[in-house]
Design a protein around this ligand. Structure first.
Ligand SMILES: [Cu+2]
Length: 706
């Protein structure tokens, strides 16, 4: 069998985007494939490793502490008989740290494709050696092939980077930016994340727009923000919703922010599936607004998109929304005007649509509805926003204060043995969270538009802006359990990853839970037969080639020389998910007139609002999304389709085996995803990135359902 390059049929069928000629809309080989190189004296062997993903409920596979986890599949050919290299019987694959300090056995490999155990290391090397025994636990034989993970291309600073950054520019392009700002409001330096350093040139950057923060008009009494209230609405009810200005006490200071009905988050609306209600919006802000009812397949005229479905509601004006709720699940509402300002300042609320099925969820003692956010606060309070254009147009506005339901510290008391159902909504501008309750078991039961086909154990929840996840957590030990966000940050300047952990809250577990004991039902992973039957109707559409495609990319112009040079150097590697803002100065100073994020239809070459897709009601369309790696800056994008629902069929050609209806999908940098779009709802609808600053920087298109 050695020296054979023939693949068995079954293995050939599993060929990945790493093999064969490069596909124009395939995932990035540069980020997700390793080309193995021959060791000295080895003549004929070759191979590559696909950094694959195990099928799972999230588009990114990551450990609870934030390490990306790759299911490596190695494809080898041309390996000679091991005995031809010496006293060897087998080939074994190993994974090692870049310095070879730690070497771990992956398993026996051979010509053809072998799926290896998962690897969860920041940077690593794959080695293939010939060994005396296939059971070898230490690498002692002869090295045959080796390859390095794409992340190893990140290196400590070189002379070029320091030379660029060491000298602040003394004239020209940045000097006048420091003067931006009218009366009292001026740009000061953006807060620096702890442990990172900024080059002098970066510290001189300022956004080339006017700073904006809301302020109450003279003499007006501004109410203090109130906690969220639950509002149950029956069919035919009318809710009056006012977007207005509030004062929020914060660490001995007072911030001026926005709120719906004076509450942060806005009122938690609860309706029955199938209900119809009226919402009368009053705009008491200093700027136009609308409300978008995220994820709800409602009548197009009430979707809240300015200049597409309605005129923006001017300050002092009103608009009446008529809402219907065809799908059970957890949804949310927010303005669709300058989300980077209005949503960030507190205009967001949840909307719970209850199924009539009494057993819709498996049992839990209580429900907690959590809106996750981050706020960017400096020494003088909130960091101002860009008035004419968004700031933070590169990576989006990462906050430095984590909020759960508007508060910096969430707390909950439960009895020992309780099962809690958490409804999680990420309302931050750009941050993707990796949430876990260390010490408590968790299963994911639902996402954007209803339940998964079956419940699934997870060690953490990866939730990008606008996504929702419903999880059940059982607390079965007394003591405190933290709700944490744990991720690997990327120090671009020093080419290293580092651990970041934020505690968002704490669950105090004490006493004994009342009967019945839910351990048995919690330990069972339930299948939702209604969801499975609904999705089964779409199976016939799943296997055909994609009908449409969208490429996600970007362009930049007029960026400062320093920013442009550093970012070009940085583009040697893009991490699949930028979990935190580690280029704060360059990112902050880049505005919506310098950065254009792009949705491109490769079939026509059209971009953003020039794209004009047209479908008929009842069409089921498979769309390939590709997050272009070869752009000026590659990062993840949560892509949201208005007014419809879709299934995420596959990511990087790995098919998902447990489906759920979604309205937002997170695309890691360089990744592909196939989604199946159910075009059930007529009207003219938006598709856009839900990073608020990317939307402000043009990353949107529209489509029509006749
Ligand atoms: Cu985006």
């Amino acid at each position: 069998m050695y020296l054979s390059v023939q693949f068995p049929a079954a293995l050939a069928a599993q060929r990945s985007f790493c093999d064969g000629p490069e596909q124009p809309l395939g995932a990035s080989r540069d980020l997700y494939c390793i080309e193995l190189v021959r060791a000295v004296g080895i003549r004929s062997a070759s191979g590559r490793v696909e950094l694959g993903r195990a099928p799972g409920p999230f588009t990114v596979d990551v450990t609870a502490d934030g390490h990306l986890r790759y299911t490596a599949a190695v494809t080898l050919s041309g390996l000679a008989r091991p005995s031809s290299l010496g006293r060897f019987t087998s080939y074994v694959a190993w994974v090692a740290s870049p310095t070879m300090g730690v070497v771990r056995r992956l398993g026996v490999v051979d010509n053809g494709r072998t799926v290896l155990p998962a690897i969860a290391l920041d940077k690593f090397v794959i080695l293939i050696s010939a060994e005396q025994s296939g059971a070898a636990q230490e690498m002692s034989g002869r090295l045959v092939l080796r390859g390095m993970s794409p992340s190893t291309r990140l290196q400590p600073p070189d002379f070029m980077q320091f030379a660029l950054g060491a000298v602040p520019p003394d004239s020209g392009e940045h000097a006048h930016h420091a003067q931006a700002g009218g009366d009292s409001l001026r740009w000061t330096m953006v807060p620096m994340p702890p442990g990172l350093s900024m080059l002098p040139a970066e510290m001189t950057l300022r956004p080339n727009v006017e700073p904006y923060l809301p302020h109450a008009s003279t003499g007006a009494t501004v109410p203090i923000v109130q906690p969220r209230q639950l509002v149950r609405l029956s069919s035919g009810d009318t809710l009056r919703l006012t977007a207005g200005i509030v004062r929020r006490p914060f660490k001995g200071d007072t911030l001026t922010m926005f709120a719906f009905n004076g509450q942060q988050p806005g009122p938690l609306l609860q309706v029955a599936q199938g209900a119809e209600v009226i919402v009368e919006l009053t705009n008491s802000l200093d700027q136009p607004t609308t409300v978008h009812w995220h994820g709800i397949r409602l009548e197009n005229a009430f979707d809240g998109v300015p200049d597409l479905t309605q005129r923006p509601v001017a300050p002092g004006e009103r608009f009446t929304y008529r809402l219907r709720f065809p799908d059970a699940g957890i949804y949310w509402y927010h303005p669709h005007v300058r989300e980077d300002i209005q949503q960030d300042l507190g205009l967001y609320g949840n909307l719970m649509v209850r199924s009539p099925r009494p057993d819709y969820f498996s049992p839990a003692y209580r429900e907690e509805v959590l809106m996750l956010d981050d706020l960017l606060v400096g020494d003088d309070g909130l960091v101002p926003f860009g008035k004419e254009e968004t700031t933070h147009a590169l990576m989006g506005r990462f906050g430095n204060v984590m909020l759960v339901n508007g508060e910096p510290r969430y707390s909950l008391s439960v009895a020992n043995g309780e099962v809690v159902r958490f409804f999680l909504t990420n309302v931050s501008n750009t941050r993707t969270f990796n949430l876990s309750f260390p010490g408590a078991r968790m299963k994911v039961v639902g996402s954007d538009v209803g339940n998964y086909e079956r419940e699934e154990w997870v060690e953490s929840v990866v939730i990008s802006p606008a996504e929702r996840y419903i999880v059940h957590v059982r607390f079965d030990r007394t003591g405190d359990v933290a709700l944490v966000n744990r991720i690997r940050g990327l120090d671009h300047l020093f080419g290293r990853f580092f651990q970041e952990a934020d505690t968002l809250g704490v669950v105090r577990v004490n006493g004994r839970a009342p009967t019945p004991n839910l351990a048995t039902s919690f330990n069972r992973l339930r299948t939702d037969t209604a969801v499975r039957a609904d999705i089964a109707r779409y199976r016939k559409h799943m296997t055909r080639p994609a009908d449409k495609a969208l490429v996600l990319t970007m362009e930049a112009r007029d960026l400062p020389f320093f920013t442009r040079q550093i970012m070009q150097l940085d583009s040697i590697f893009f991490t699949p998910v930028e979990w935190s803002g580690t280029m704060p100065g360059m990112n902050w100073a880049a505005t919506g007139d310098q950065v254009r994020w792009i949705l491109r239809d490769p079939a026509t070459g059209k971009e953003n609002m020039d794209i004009d897709w047209s479908f008929r009601r009842g069409d089921v369309v498979k769309v390939r999304l590709l997050n272009e790696r070869r752009s000026f800056h590659g990062m993840q994008h949560p892509i949201h389709f208005h007014g419809q629902r879709f299934l995420v069929l596959a990511v990087n050609d790995v098919a998902n085996t447990n489906l759920v209806w979604k309205d937002t999908v997170l695309l890691p940098a360089g990744a592909s995803a196939d989604i199946l779009l159910d075009l059930s709802n007529p009207g003219r609808w938006m598709v856009h990135c839900h990073i608020a600053e990317h939307l402000s920087a043009h990353m949107m298109m529209a489509f029509t359902v006749q």
